[in-house]
Design a protein around this ligand. Structure first.
Ligand SMILES: *[C@@H]1O[C@H](CO)[C@@H](O)[C@H](O)[C@H]1NC(C)=O
Ligand SMILES: *[C@@H]1O[C@H](CO)[C@@H](O)[C@H](O)[C@H]1NC(C)=O
Ligand SMILES: *[C@@H]1O[C@H](CO)[C@@H](O)[C@H](O)[C@H]1NC(C)=O
Ligand SMILES: *[C@@H]1O[C@H](CO)[C@@H](O)[C@H](O)[C@H]1NC(C)=O
Ligand SMILES: *[C@@H]1O[C@H](CO)[C@@H](O)[C@H](O)[C@H]1NC(C)=O
Ligand SMILES: *[C@@H]1O[C@H](CO)[C@@H](O)[C@H](O)[C@H]1NC(C)=O
Ligand SMILES: *[C@@H]1O[C@H](CO)[C@@H](O)[C@H](O)[C@H]1NC(C)=O
Ligand SMILES: *[C@@H]1O[C@H](CO)[C@@H](O)[C@H](O)[C@H]1NC(C)=O
Ligand SMILES: *[C@@H]1O[C@H](CO)[C@@H](O)[C@H](O)[C@H]1NC(C)=O
Ligand SMILES: *[C@@H]1O[C@H](CO)[C@@H](O)[C@H](O)[C@H]1NC(C)=O
Length: 721
């Protein structure tokens, strides 16, 4: 998910802090890379310390203007700006001497119209560094250029920190605040030199550029007469998310525990035409700060860049996050006041994987675009569709994958479950179904890149990229012929099943199921296999839909009605082709004559819809409230709770145990905890019917009905050892 999210309050803070009123724009940037990479200071080799980099996906140790142009995307929202922006990463050194990284909260890059006259765009090839990594103290002697009328200022003022505390705002400081107690995090701020000599694109001593007399405004020295846009970074360090109660200290990746050594790097990567237009129209004349108020930037903006251009793997073979015994590189924390010696210690470089160079992400055309699925079949794009908030637009099987969702894997998954439609949503989710009934959305709403394929789109927020499987090898086909008797002979005179009575062809809908309580999807389904499942679970009704799906439950939903004519599909498991097993949104429904009211058993085995795994009943356990829960890792309650709902929720989150309690509660966990034991009175103590299915039991007060995941793969692994 996007690593970038800042509250409006964060943004407002800066705008009010800026002294002069002038036009500007700002772009929000996700992180594209973390690592010892710095193509300005250490081109072609590992750098001295770890940086947070925002910018193009192909950023590497030897990036330059031309290579950045080949990138597919940038983690900053304006896609025509392929510049790279980087600053030091931060760590916390614990009292025991070890380090842990400080989560970063995003980067905001400002372009401001400052100084006298109109700014010139940054030229291709231009790069610069503001700040000095060696410094550990305030220097009140080195001043900016100034005159009698335009006062100079200590260059050290370029670095500042804002310890964010909404309740009690504090003044900004030129170094870390004395107490790093910032409830909303720490914001580091670094403005850049806005005066250029007009000749050199880069000089290692940074003498090609100079600060404005007041750094954030004023005049340029005569040696550097060309005014550039005033560049300014805000970087958020979530120091509030680090437990600093042991009295350790915060330190930047370069070993700076004072803040005076903070610095920022800029490598221009702008499309020259877009930059020139934006500088002229949104920096000099107007400019509210909002990208949407600047037409040329709005046209090139991607609000989803945080997830569409996700963080890329590190290019240096070393660990830079989590718990570390030392700072990456050979940086040791120093607090000055003398300057620190900076060294570059070697590390093994990893060859970057840059398959996207020169490629673009295409929006597919409905009906025209096809995709080859991982199964070997193909799928045709149907379009971008709205997903419902009450119930899913595609309500069959589903799975999610934060890192690896693709059109190909989602399609193959749904095909394997016997569905003919699938949709991807929010970059990471896959849904299967038989029909899409929600309305089509604007194509460009499906604007999120797949988590596992930067070149393809996987829906958007509440938007599904819907595909139909064209060469389905599914056992069922919508052209199946019917046995007409099924639709016309209700209650007993229709298809016959031992110890069951036909009730008719009922309507069903994906948002409100006609029968809830039991479900399985099996290509070899027959009316008898479904009847057997209903008997095994002692459920009053059962029915088969779409040739393969078996539903069972104790009540027929009031939304359903009999008399549908859509029960026309052959049963997948009946080779004779004589029996009918429902149809699309239609269920061939039977009463289970063997049902014994009031003698329900615990559901012994729950098949989840998200995978081939099942949960087996593990018993009725004791449970205690508060901090002493039996299953502690995830909880929700639902007025339609069923054992299946709970098992699906827990399995979907990777937990081994699922438990239902007090009719409508579901708990998930990796282990049974806090000394819970099987209830002394046995299964009978879990005596409450599930809120969503009276044929099932969902614990009781202080009693939890526990299921444990079992997969055949798991058993096999255990067997081999
Ligand atoms: C850096 O990235 C560019 C653009 O993707 C690529 O051409 C170049 O080979 C990469 N350089 C290194 C050293 O990885
Ligand atoms: C600066 O740019 C604005 C907007 O393009 C223009 O109206 C103005 O004349 C320019 N000023 C100078 C000094 O060139
Ligand atoms: C500069 O700093 C030194 C040492 O802190 C101090 O003695 C001196 O007064 C300062 N000078 C100015 C002009 O602030
Ligand atoms: C950074 O500071 C050090 C120590 O004061 C100094 O030697 C060096 O020249 C400075 N570097 C730049 C680029 O100003
Ligand atoms: C990278 O730097 C290390 C250490 O400074 C050095 O040994 C190595 O030769 C350098 N590699 C390249 C490709 O310059
Ligand atoms: C992503 O999915 C592909 C294809 O299913 C698979 O080969 C690859 O190993 C997966 N990668 C990860 C990181 O799970
Ligand atoms: C839905 O599809 C129809 C037919 O292709 C099209 O005319 C309409 O504009 C689409 N709706 C949206 C919101 O794009
Ligand atoms: C069929 O069974 C249902 C449910 O038991 C009942 O409501 C309906 O009246 C019956 N229809 C006929 C024609 O007997
Ligand atoms: C149907 O019920 C009878 C007793 O009522 C029983 O003998 C028979 O085994 C049952 N058939 C099936 C398929 O369960
Ligand atoms: C599907 O049904 C057949 C026949 O009843 C059975 O052998 C098979 O195990 C079932 N498959 C699944 C995945 O449940």
């Amino acid at each position: 998910m996007p690593s970038f999210h800042l509250s409006a309050a964060h943004l407002l803070a800066l705008v009010t802090a800026l002294p002069a009123v002038s036009a500007f724009w700002r772009t929000e940037c996700g992180v594209i890379q973390l690592g010892r990479v710095d193509p300005i200071i250490n081109p072609g080799n590992v750098s001295g310390h770890v940086h947070i980099v925002a910018g193009p996906n192909n950023f590497n140790i030897s990036s330059n203007y031309d290579s950045l142009q080949k990138s597919l995307c940038t983690s900053c929202t304006v896609q025509a700006d392929k510049s790279a922006y980087w600053t030091p990463y931060m760590y916390y050194q614990k009292a025991d001497g070890t380090f842990v990284d400080v989560p970063q909260g995003g980067v905001i890059v400002y372009y401001l119209g400052r100084g006298k006259g109109n700014a010139t765009s940054f030229p291709p090839g231009f790069r610069m560094l503001s700040g000095n990594t060696s410094l550990r103290a305030y220097d009140n002697k080195t001043m900016t250029y100034g005159t009698a009328q335009e006062a100079p200022r200590p260059v050290s003022d370029r670095v500042s920190f804002n310890c964010i505390n909404y309740a009690k705002p504090a003044p900004e400081t030129p170094a870390f605040p004395a107490a790093m107690n910032c409830p909303q995090g720490l914001r580091a701020q670094i403005p850049f030199q806005s005066c250029w000599d007009g000749v050199n694109l880069y000089k290692p001593d940074q003498s090609h550029v100079a600060y404005l007399s007041q750094i954030d405004n004023g005049i340029c020295p005569p040696t550097h007469p060309v005014l550039l846009p005033h560049l300014f970074y805000e970087v958020y360090y979530s120091i509030d998310q680090v437990d600093s109660s042991d009295g350790g200290k915060f330190v930047f990746a370069n070993g700076d525990s004072t803040g005076y050594g903070y610095h920022g790097d800029f490598m221009n990567g702008w499309d020259p035409t877009v930059q020139a237009n934006a500088v002229q129209n949104c920096l000099e004349s107007s400019g509210s700060g909002q990208i949407d108020d600047c037409p040329i930037l709005k046209a090139n903006n991607d609000a989803q860049s945080g997830s569409n251009c996700p963080q890329q793997p590190a290019l240096v073979d070393e660990k830079v996050t989590g718990s570390l015994s030392a700072l990456p590189g050979c940086n040791t924390p120093t607090a000055g006041p003398g300057p620190a010696q900076m060294k570059v210690c070697p590390a093994r470089l990893i060859t970057p994987n840059t398959p996207t160079d020169g490629q673009t992400r295409q929006i597919p055309t409905p009906g025209k675009t096809t995709s080859n699925l991982a199964s070997g079949s193909s799928a045709t794009y149907k379009g971008c569709y709205v997903d419902g908030t009450n119930g899913r637009a595609l309500s069959g099987s589903t799975f999610a994958d934060d890192k690896n969702m693709t059109t190909q894997t989602c399609g193959a998954f749904c095909q394997s479950k016997g569905f003919n439609l699938f949709g991807t949503e929010y970059a990471r989710e896959c849904y299967c179904g038989y029909a899409i009934t929600t309305s089509n959305a604007t194509q460009s709403d499906c604007s999120m890149a797949c988590s596992g394929d930067m070149l393809a789109y996987c829906g958007g927020p509440n938007r599904l990229s819907v595909w139909s499987i064209s060469a389905a090898s599914a056992p069922l086909s919508s052209t199946s012929t019917s046995t007409p008797s099924a639709t016309s002979s209700p209650n007993g005179s229709g298809p016959t099943v031992n110890n069951a009575t036909y009730q008719g062809c009922y309507t069903d809908s994906v948002s409100t199921r006609t029968l809830t309580g039991y479900y399985n999807n099996n290509a070899s389904q027959t009316l008898d296999t479904c009847a057997a499942a209903a008997r095994a679970n002692n459920l009053a009704y059962f029915g088969v839909e779409y040739g393969a799906e078996c539903f069972a439950g104790n009540t027929i939903a009031s939304s359903a009605s009999s008399g549908s004519t859509a029960c026309t599909m052959k049963c997948g498991g009946d080779a004779s082709g004589k029996t009918t097993c429902g149809g699309s949104n239609a269920i061939s429904l039977f009463k289970n004559d063997a049902y014994v009211p009031g003698s329900n058993k615990q559901v012994v085995s729950v098949k989840t819809s998200t995978s081939s795994a099942t949960y087996q009943y593990a018993g009725c356990y004791t449970d205690a409230a508060g901090q002493k829960r039996t299953l502690t890792d995830y909880f929700f309650s639902d007025s339609k709770m069923t054992v299946e709902m709970c098992a699906n929720a827990c399995f979907g989150r990777g937990y081994s145990f699922a438990g239902t309690e007090y009719a409508n509660e579901c708990y998930c966990g990796g282990v049974v905890k806090n000394g819970a034991v099987l209830a002394g009175g046995g299964d009978g103590e879990c005596s409450m019917r599930c809120a969503g299915e009276t044929g099932e039991f969902c614990g009781a007060g202080g009693r939890i009905t526990v299921y444990e995941r079992s997969t055949t793969a798991g058993r096999r692994r255990r067997g081999r050892r």
